[in-house]
Design a protein around this ligand. Structure first.
Ligand code: BG6
Length: 473
């Protein structure tokens, strides 16, 4: 067996929420899974004033709380010893010399991986600092949203590709690492009952919902610049859409999957600006303007619902309805595929892919009502992955899977620049139309199912947002 390579993960934004909640627990989980052969060290870089010892204590607390494994004290100590903290003002270019000295002294034999776990407005400053310190012989993982619009994303991409080279840049979209999002391909392409009917002849519409109970919490500063569309739709939900709608790639590896996803994103049907209100509804929860670091007169949307169509032979005329929001009545991400009715009185068959918090697949279909003639009864079958798999607790989480993929040099689970560019092209157009039309934000009460206005995307077509009461147990 090859000797594991030394790798050093340098996290910019090392004292931020994402690092504590997701990245450090993911590092621990990789070690705890017992399959991880790499020798990974972490240098967390942040602005907060503390030393490595104080940082480790914080990290331990978060790892204990967030790890999917019951933490083992000995292992936690070993992982903790691999973590150090370096204080740096990310916007002070000259200060990166000190970081470079540390990396050359203590991590000289390591492959460097920079993780930009910060707001995209800092990406350029960090890259300049890294270049000026001569550290660009490294891979880089970038959090989303990548850029704030098409132009800004293109400019940023130019800077990053010139600094690191295209094949060293990894755009992370953690939805692509979610277990049930990865499962879509298996369900679609390894079941004759679905693969042959995954098209406009049999599918009436597809609904993608990512509902969150939490508000913006401590992230108001970032979120208020971004809003629901840039934070969730332009990246996570368009990526999910691209996996649901793609044509089967000839070769799943070697970039085939990404090419097929790109085709979907390029085929998003342009929306007529004058008709924008039939395609997009945006809302803001009551009380959002009083959240910390949010402007008191903010017009940032915390909810977005939209309808998109795809210009491909497979999907002619099939609407994809997408919605997401904060402070809603539940935390639930699911995809509902509504099939065409076979007769005017039949209920449509539904396939529900439950992404979170439950993971599973639910299928509703019609049978004859027992003991009666001529009457139908909708029944369902469900596969609860999160309860049936005994080792569910040990299913890798998205960040863990993606971090490991980058460590292995595997790009296949990351979004590609071309995809991001195509998403921005569409997002730019739709956001501009929205602004020009002067559409008001719809208000909604925290804990509700979102603004009523979202219904107007479906009612003219005699459809409705589906709520399938599936509790997988
Ligand atoms: C992040 C967004 O990318 O995804 C957050 O910035 C959002 O605003 C989060 O809450 C949702 O992720 P998950 O995995 O909890 O659905």
């Amino acid at each position: 067996m090859n000797k594991p390579t030394l790798q050093t993960l340098v996290i910019f934004g090392g004292s931020g929420d994402l690092t504590f909640r997701k990245l450090l627990p993911a590092v621990y989980n990789l070690y705890a899974s017992g399959k991880f052969e790499q020798n990974l060290q972490v240098v967390a870089v942040g602005r907060r004033d503390m030393d490595s010892q104080a940082y480790r204590e914080l990290a331990d607390k978060w790892i204990r709380e967030q790890s999917r494994f019951k933490t083992d004290d000995t292992l936690l100590r070993q992982v903790s010893e691999r973590i150090s903290y370096y204080r740096l003002d990310l916007q002070a270019e000259a200060a990166y010399q000190g970081l470079a000295r540390l990396l050359r002294q203590e991590h000289a034999d390591s492959r460097l991986i920079f993780y930009y776990a910060v707001s995209p407005s800092l990406f350029e400053s960090i890259t300049k600092g890294v270049i000026s310190a001569g550290l660009q012989d490294a891979s880089v993982i970038l959090e989303k949203p990548f850029g704030s619009d098409l132009e800004n994303a293109r400019q940023l991409n130019g800077v990053l590709e010139a600094a690191f080279g295209r094949d060293k840049v990894y755009h992370i979209d953690h939805y692509l690492g979610k277990e049930m999002v990865r499962n879509i391909l298996a369900v679609r392409f390894h079941n004759a009952i679905f693969s042959g009917i995954w098209n406009y002849q049999h599918i009436d519409n597809i609904q993608i919902t990512a509902a969150e109970e939490d508000g913006v919490g401590t992230r108001g500063g970032y979120y208020d610049q971004s809003g629901a569309f840039r934070d969730m739709v332009q990246n996570h939900l368009f990526q999910v859409l691209s996996v649901l709608a793609l044509d089967e790639p000839g070769d799943m590896d070697n970039g085939g999957l990404q090419k097929a996803q790109l085709q979907v994103l390029k085929s998003l049907h342009p929306i007529d600006p004058w008709d924008i209100s039939h395609y997009l509804v945006m809302g803001q929860y009551d009380g959002y303007q009083s959240e910390p670091k949010v402007r008191p007169d903010s017009q940032t949307a915390t909810y977005a619902a939209l309808k998109v169509l795809l210009d491909t032979p497979r999907w002619q005329g099939v609407p994809f309805y997408i919605r997401t929001g904060k402070k809603l009545d539940r935390r639930e991400t699911e995809i509902i595929i509504e099939f065409k009715r076979t007769g005017p009185d039949d209920l449509p068959d539904l396939l529900v892919i439950k992404v979170q918090p439950d993971e599973g697949i639910y299928l509703r279909f019609n049978v004859k009502t027992p003991g009666e003639q001529g009457s139908l009864l909708p029944v369902h079958m469900d596969y609860c992955q999160s309860c049936n798999l005994r080792n569910y607790q040990n299913t890798p989480e998205a960040y863990e899977r993606l971090l490991n993929a980058c460590i292995q040099g595997d790009h296949s689970m990351f979004s590609q620049w071309d995809q991001i560019e195509a998403s921005w092209q569409f997002a730019n157009q739709i956001l501009q139309a929205w602004t020009e039309a002067g559409q008001p934000l719809a208000g909604y009460a925290p804990g509700s199912s979102g603004p009523d206005e979202a219904k107007r995307l479906l009612t003219p077509e005699q459809r409705e947002w589906l709520k399938v009461d599936v509790t997988l147990e």
